[in-house]
Design a protein around this ligand. Structure first.
Ligand code: HEC
Length: 252
């Protein structure tokens, strides 16, 4: 098997094109994951608690209450009014979501601040029934969404990791490094995937999601970067001892 620096120009273009576009896709996936998880607990950045809320939910508070801190920021609610809005919503939910308290206290705040997005495109929360449905306790990601995510991610990442590994096998690196870079992304993504379901049962399993997430795409990306570097910057071997007889004839 030819090592990466010894590939023909066309093969190098083929492998590099794959690594470039798919690598960019993986970076987008990482950024998307970060953005959709960051701030779920109301604090900036990604914290372990954000992952717990994503999969297990925040079962001590409803989706409405969970989303409220970050949504008030999105809705540009003035800082000194955020505390009031939060306590009105909390009182409404604690008191069993009564219609009268909704009409007097909750509706003016929601309809004044939130409907610019939540009447068009985003889930509508402009009526009693619609808002009440958001006030149910947040049980985290539904199983159907996990299965859907699993279906998409397991199959696409499986193929991507296979091709990236198939390229990486041709680098001039130690065998142990090849085993790690080729094998780890598969194993890690499986741990990540299993972690979603286990975390949904028990938030203590969230470390599986974290470890799995950190070791799957990032390791594959490192491998892709190393493949690219070797392909274009290492010198080809002048006499490839392992070249097939046919190639020797062509070269000489
Ligand atoms: C600038 C647009 C915007 C404004 C203003 C806004 N939201 Fe949102 N809201 C969104 C987007 C986008 C999502 C989906 C985000 C996601 O799923 O992570 C969302 C999701 C939600 C959800 C979860 C809906 C669901 O079914 O998943 C709730 C509840 C919510 N917002 C409440 C509010 C409240 C209350 C306000 C007013 C304080 C508000 N939003 C203001 C854009 C907005």
């Amino acid at each position: 098997m030819k090592s990466l620096p010894d590939l023909s120009l066309v093969e190098k273009i083929l492998f590099s094109g794959f690594i470039f576009l798919v690598g960019l896709g993986l970076l987008c996936a990482e950024a998307y994951t970060y953005i959709s998880i960051a701030g779920l607990n109301g604090k900036p950045g990604v914290q372990i608690q954000d992952l717990v809320i994503h999969y297990y939910g925040n079962r001590s508070a409803s989706k409405l209450q969970t989303m409220l801190p970050s949504m008030m920021v999105m809705a540009h609610v003035p800082v000194d009014e955020r505390g009031k809005m939060e306590s009105v919503v909390n009182r409404w939910v604690k008191g069993g979501e009564s219609k009268s308290y909704y009409q007097q206290q909750v509706r003016p705040l929601i309809n004044g601040n939130c409907l610019k997005c939540h009447a068009i495109g985003m889930p509508n929360i402009g009526t009693f029934t619609l808002l009440k449905s958001q006030a149910h306790v947040d049980m985290g990601m539904p199983y159907s969404a996990m299965l859907m995510n699993g279906m998409i991610h397991l199959s696409t990442l499986g193929v991507i990791y296979f091709l990236a590994g198939w390229i990486f096998v041709r680098t001039r690196t130690a065998v142990w490094l090849k085993i790690v870079v080729v094998g780890l992304p598969f194993l890690a993504f499986f741990l990540d995937f299993a972690g979603w379901f286990l975390t949904k049962q028990n938030p203590n399993f969230v470390w599986l999601v974290l470890v799995g997430g950190v070791l799957s795409c990032p390791v594959a990306l490192l491998g892709m970067a190393l493949s690219l570097l070797q392909m274009w910057f290492l010198k080809p071997m002048e006499k490839d001892k392992q070249a097939a007889p046919g190639e020797l004839v062509q070269n000489g």
